[in-house]
Ligand binder design. Structure first.
Ligand code: G4P
Length: 547
């Protein structure tokens, strides 16, 4: 991608195939507080995108995180928006720069639907685990999404500079709880809390190299590395080294060596121990991404044929976001390029409407940083400005038609009726609801008895409602009232079953804005009872958040 004004990325002269093969597009999946923002900074620091780590971190006393933008995000220390950070990285011994696209995922489980959409845009994921805490609920949930989508996962065990668990115990947990075989590429030298360096494992589990790290003040700059032979490591570190070397052999004995095919098939996961805060292991992660993570590949269309990266331009919209910048008041649709070369200004076809779409305003966005994109390639993420017709899951293409499958929406578990506090604001209210609906911030349900002035919002997590009310007020100037409803389950039904269901106590029937008819139930016992009493009614499950 050629980004101006920075213009830091190499020119487009290399040809499409070379551009594709040097790209790696991934996301970090983790439980809040595992260190995702810190790792993002550390990666950017290694790519020299920022001068000093910590400069872009959002927590107390520091400047705003690059990926945080809304007041609410700042106040709560969460990240709602999903954008992409692109940087070049030249791997050791390589003649060319790789282009790394790190697609940001929301930090809170209430936005798991958003995260799911982001994960449709990446080719690999980094599962970030806190060394003291091990696998946490949100990590597990997101891992299931990766498995479901066949995304290969690299594991980073973070915070090794702090006391934590034993290295092999953490590996056993991954194996036992999620059935993914961990195959460490690097093992820590020194227990958690005494992180001296990494042992690089050779192909047969024998120690190949010792990478010794030196701390820098506050981890603000890249930690100097020293490479030692196993013999020199033994002489220098003594027991911590021999322990790591033994562990490495032990892992080989149980078959826990890297196997590229099994990794790509989602059965094994290369593991790196790291300290994002001290920048230990971060370069090793970048090297691993370049060496092992897949370059952008083909994507299946709804008709069963696949679009290859070398074919004419196509892209999938995975995220729509408005109000990112109050000064601009624009609406950005983020697309992941699937095939072909993108050139700003080109006219593409919007598969869902068949209409032409001019791509005059194309941007990369990360936090508050924006840059115009002139050229982009498969794997890259580009934000299109004021693309009002585009919604998550939509396809853009040139020449040969392609339509990628829609992104499934999740089964909502929280419901609330929303209305404008002042009837005079009804017009703005309608407009705002349509906007937030098309972005996929919440699902919008309507029925005749509630009328258009009080639609029901359906969400996977209640924080989605907060985003709606905050944006209603901030962007559209509409004060709203939210009344939580005592429903917890939704099922898809049809026009024949709808009237009977609507007559039942504890049940209400709605039409969602995509046309789906949903019956919502107070609880699972009500649903079970109705199923039993009226077995002929259509009641189909929606995609659950953990699927
Ligand atoms: P998140 O985006 O996944 O939510 O995590 P974030 O990077 O914000 O990190 C959560 C906390 O963990 C932060 O501490 C951060 O400094 C700390 N942390 C991240 N990586 C490491 C690491 O490798 N080692 C150690 N020791 N700590 C790490 P905080 O106290 O919440 O914030 P702050 O005061 O450091 O800003």
């Amino acid at each position: 991608m050629t980004a101006s004004p920075e213009g830091s990325v190499a020119p487009a002269a290399r040809g499409l195939a070379a551009e594709v093969s040097r790209r790696r597009t991934f996301a970090v999946i983790s439980h809040p507080d595992a260190g995702k923002s810190t790792l993002t900074e550390a990666l950017a620091l290694h790519a020299r995108k920022i001068a000093e780590a910590g400069a872009i971190h959002g927590k107390a006393g520091r400047k705003s995180t690059v990926s945080d933008w809304m007041e609410m995000e700042k106040a709560r220390g969460i990240s709602v928006s999903s954008t992409a950070l692109q940087f070049n990285y030249r791997a050791a011994g390589s003649e060319i720069d790789n282009v790394i696209n790190l697609v940001d995922t929301p930090g809170h489980s209430d936005f798991s639907e958003d995260t799911y959409r982001v994960l449709t845009a990446v080719d690999a994921a980094v599962m970030l685990i806190d060394a003291a805490k091990g696998l946490e609920p949100q990590t597990l949930k997101l891992f299931q999404v990766c498995r479901h989508r066949g995304i290969p996962v690299i594991t980073v065990i973070n915070k090794w500079d702090r006391p934590g668990r034993a290295p092999l115990e953490l590996l056993d947990e991954i194996d036992e709880r999620i059935g993914l075989t961990p195959t460490p590429l690097f093992l820590p030298v020194g227990i958690a809390g005494d992180f001296r360096g990494l042992l690089r494992r050779g192909p047969d589990g024998a120690a190949a190299e010792y990478i010794h790290f030196t701390r820098t003040a506050g981890g603000a700059t890249i930690a100097p590395e020293e490479s030692l032979t196993p013999e020199a490591a033994e002489a220098r570190e003594g027991e911590p080294w021999s322990t790591a070397a033994e562990e490495s052999e032990l892992l080989s004995a149980t078959g826990q060596d890297h196997d590229q095919e099994l990794f790509l098939a989602g059965q094994t996961s290369p593991v790196i121990y790291a300290s994002a805060m001290l920048n230990f292991g971060v370069r090793q992660l970048l090297e691993t991404l370049v060496a092992l993570a897949p370059a952008p590949g083909s994507r299946a269309g709804v008709d069963g044929t696949s679009r290859q990266p070398a074919e004419p331009f196509s892209a999938v919209v995975f995220k729509v976001q408005a109000g990112m910048d109050t000064a601009h008041r624009d609406r950005l649709a983020f697309m992941r390029i699937v095939s072909g070369e993108f050139e700003r200004g080109m006219v593409v076809t919007h598969a869902q409407t068949g209409r032409p779409f001019a791509t005059k305003y194309a941007l990369t966005v990360f936090g508050r940083e924006r840059a115009t994109v002139d050229t982009a390639y498969p794997g890259d993420v580009v934000g299109l400005v004021n693309a009002t017709a585009l919604a998550p899951g939509h396809t853009l293409f040139v020449d040969k038609k392609v339509e990628f499958p829609p992104i499934p929406s999740f089964a909502p578990e929280h419901f609330a009726a929303l209305r404008a506090q002042s009837a005079g604001k009804y017009k703005q209210f309608r407009k705002a609801i349509d906007q937030l609906d098309s972005e996929g911030v919440v699902q919008v349900l309507r029925n005749d008895s509630r009328g258009d002035a009080s639609p029901v919002l359906a969400a996977v997590g209640p924080m989605q409602f907060e985003v709606v009310t905050a944006r209603m007020q901030g962007e559209f100037g509409v004060e709203t009232q939210l009344d939580h409803l005592a429903y917890t389950i939704a099922r898809r039904t049809d026009a024949e079953s709808a009237p009977e269901l609507d007559r039942q106590r504890g049940v209400e029937v709605f039409t969602r804005s995509d046309g789906a008819i949903l019956a919502v139930f107070s609880d699972k016992w009500r649903l079970q009872y109705i199923r039993k009493e009226m077995p002929d009614l259509t009641l189909e499950p929606l995609v659950a958040a953990a699927d």
